[in-house]
Design a protein around this ligand. Sequence first.
Ligand code: DC
Length: 231
Amino acid sequence: MTDHSPDQRSSRKLIIAIDGPAGAGKSTIASRLARKLGYVNLESGAMYRALALKAIQKDISLDDETALVKLAETLRIRLEPTIGGNRTLLDGQDVSSRIRERDVTEAASRVSVHPKVREWMVAHQRAMGAGGGIVMEGRDIGTKVFPDADLKIFLDADPVVREQRRMQQQKLKGEVAANLAAELRERDHRDRTRAISPLVPAEDAVVIDSTSMTEDQVLQKIDELLSATTG
Ligand code: DC
């Protein structure tokens, strides 16, 4: 499967949900798939990250749910797809790199446990995807945001492999890498055990374990599932 020109297989604009833990390859797969289909790629994690960044900037406690929801209402986030992935603009400023830094990563996981913050996010994500023609990735897209999505993928991988991928992505070694691995495990645990919308595969999601798969193989598998979906 190449991902240069939009795929004309279905004229109906589908909603494709890709959920899974950090380091499973969601962002790369979602962005390549969206490009191939001529769809919009919405990275829902970037919205939690943007809120977390703004909370850090404004010195708002990550435990203050009411203040975080108020802050969310002032957020102006734009997600722009580029060849290299999504660009995130917060209040007109490009924060794409900043929101990947460790303090924001940790803070995003913490703001995402609050039910009212999630309500706000889900409402906005639904509005953005309502017209279809979207590949949305996150943790609760198939379970909560779009329970009726046309195709639901749960992309998983062995935790050790996910940690290695993250370290390679960020070119980390030694103690810094060990810290990152510990943080990833902690974040995973928080995402999977939170009371509201924990990270679990939707009942009708197809679980793809990418531990020993290349990106192309994952895309090939999704392509087959799409063909089955669209007939
Ligand atoms: O996908 P990501 O690593 O950029 O997500 C950042 C954090 O946001 C992650 O710790 C969990 C949270 N998140 C979420 O709770 N629900 C989503 N749909 C997307 C992200």
